[in-house]
Write a protein that binds this ligand. Sequence first.
Ligand code: PEP
Ligand code: MG
Length: 308
Amino acid sequence: QASEAASGLTGPGETADGYGVKLLANVGSAKNVPAADEAHAEGVGLFRTELLFLDRAQEPTHDEQVAAYREVFTAMTGRRVVIRTLDAGADKPLPFLNQDGEPNPALGVRGLRVARQRPQVLTTQLAAIAEARAQTGADVWVMAPMVSTLPEAKEFAEAVYAAGLPKAGVMIEVPAAALRAADLLGVVDFLSIGTNDLSQYTFAADRMCGDLADLLDVWQPALLQLIGICGEAGRAAGKPVGVCGEAAADPLLAPILVGLGVTSLSMSPRAIPQVRAALAARTEADCRRLAEQAVAAPDAAGARALVS
Ligand code: PEP
Ligand code: MG
């Protein structure tokens, strides 16, 4: 293992010239932590908390939530864990929220929007996260899904701090939020770009619709441009901007995301080794040059051609 580390295959993510990019794992529960460890993930960049809420008529109790969060935090002692508050609705329907009547669930009351109708669900979850954190040694960051505006981000951050949690962030999944990334960074500590939903909403293409795969292509220059707006905002504010959607798992795209200003990549653990190797093969200047060219490309094929 020592020689693997020396050759850059298991060490922290970095470019050929030593510019650090955190390589993090997406997990749904403590069951995924061994795979993250095997891939030498530097932490968790997306802890999806929906699992605990699925298939239930009632929301899980405070104590049940503390137990589930504590399992992951304990396994990640000393490392970063970005935990996402409940992302219900649309592709993740939850029985206890009774949302069956929505004509357009992807455009409905989903993600953080659920807190408009059921603020107590968020309050309970934040209290449980705070308690689990207090019992463990993980570096816990909390973020909200499906944020569109500055007031939403501000209200969420206030709720996070009120629960005694030190770091609040928002996911960038809606084009309106990407366009206002600089404003959002005025009220939160970090951004995390969810490219699965950001593609869906940028191209008005259902993420579940295989026939529209070309529109949902993570190499689409318009998507990369929105990511670049967030990256620039992060550089200006000196705050972290991660990617935690599928785009983060594409080794060819990783240098471009870094060139756009992304400071961490969170993905399914099995994708980490290839992304680590891809970053190690490029300098930061290469990344910036490729990023500029990719955004200027006329289409996804043109962007892809830059690196193949
Ligand atoms: C995303 O939208 O890119 C994301 C990471 O969240 P999810 O896939 O859980 O919606
Ligand atoms: Mg999403």
